[in-house]
Design a protein around this ligand. Structure first.
Ligand code: IPE
Ligand code: IPE
Ligand code: MG
Length: 266
């Protein structure tokens, strides 16, 4: 399957080797590093923030499609703890986006039975952003369909340190023993700890824009995730692109360190 993607004033051809199948397993948890908004805008001689605005439309499209496909958790990296380094106007725009997004999209999310969650250091967000986030979470809290989980002011190294600090405080209070810390108890203290245990780790991580790095996203949780990189900028990512990523996942051989077929091994 061929897709033509506009990039740097020319079209690039992106080839998908695999076809998406409804019969094969769909990842329960998909996490996406939504990258390339700025470059999408710059290619059109628009300000970077125009890319963020357009990217918001992609979020709506992809949320609806993931929900339709039966994905249980969609984690979207919206703002990292490192993104504060950007110019003030861009940061201000990015902090206003959730307000606009939730104002226009929560009624539809309610209809789709989608529950909104936000993980990250929310206490450092501006008041209007915090309020929009709290409102969206409150209004959708009883929904039982897709969990739309935004990583907002999220950084995984900080997340790990915060988890260690909480665990240490807890252990001291209960006069507990260091051996009580296991992989499972540790995972309870991470920001994905609110999810049921079988949904915490994404099976599939997608990054758009051609960059092939993790940028401080879910470091613990992606230990065995399948990674998918596409050259599409986030505003150009669409339903077909999501299905291509899932198709790639469906054709991976996930071994988790074991051998595929024990009888074949000597
Ligand atoms: C992703 O797009 C959105 C955020 C990080 C908030 P970018 O803004 O990083 O776009 P590029 O990578 O500069 O093109
Ligand atoms: C990662 O993208 C963060 C988000 C998508 C929110 P960046 O654009 O900030 O990452 P780097 O700087 O290219 O690593
Ligand atoms: Mg970027």
């Amino acid at each position: 399957m061929l897709r033509f993607l506009p990039q740097k004033n020319k079209y690039i051809v992106e080839e998908s080797e695999f076809s998406f199948s409804k019969e094969l397993p769909i990842p329960k948890h998909i996490a996406i590093i939504m990258d390339g908004n700025g470059r999408w805008a710059q290619n059109r001689r628009l300000p970077r923030v125009a890319g963020h605005k357009e990217g918001m439309e992609t979020v709506k499209k992809i949320t609806k499609h993931a929900s339709k496909l039966g994905v249980k958790v969609l984690t979207l990296y919206a703002f990292s703890t490192e993104n504060w380094k950007r110019p003030n106007e861009e940061v201000n725009f990015l902090m206003q986006l959730p307000v606009d997004f939730f104002d226009t999209f929560v009624p539809e999310l309610k209809k789709e039975n989608v529950r909104v969650e936000v993980m990250g250091y929310k206490e450092f967000l501006p008041k209007h952003t915090q309020e929009a986030v709290e409102r969206a979470m409150e209004e959708t809290k009883n929904n039982t369909g897709l969990i739309l989980n935004f990583a907002l002011n999220y950084g995984s190294r900080a997340e790990i340190i915060t988890a260690i600090q909480s665990l240490y405080t807890q252990l001291q209070a209960n006069q507990g023993n260091i051996n009580e810390i296991t992989e499972d108890t540790f995972a309870d203290y991470l920001m994905t700890g609110f999810l049921p245990t079988d949904l915490r780790d994404p099976e599939l991580v997608i990054r758009t824009s051609g960059e092939e790095r993790i940028s401080n996203f879910l470091l613990w949780q992606i230990a065995y995730s399948e990674l998918f990189f596409t050259r599409a900028f986030w505003p150009d990512f669409d339903e077909q692109a999501l299905e291509n990523a899932i198709a790639s996942y469906q054709n991976r051989d996930r071994r988790f360190g074991a051998v595929k077929n024990e009888e074949e091994s000597v």
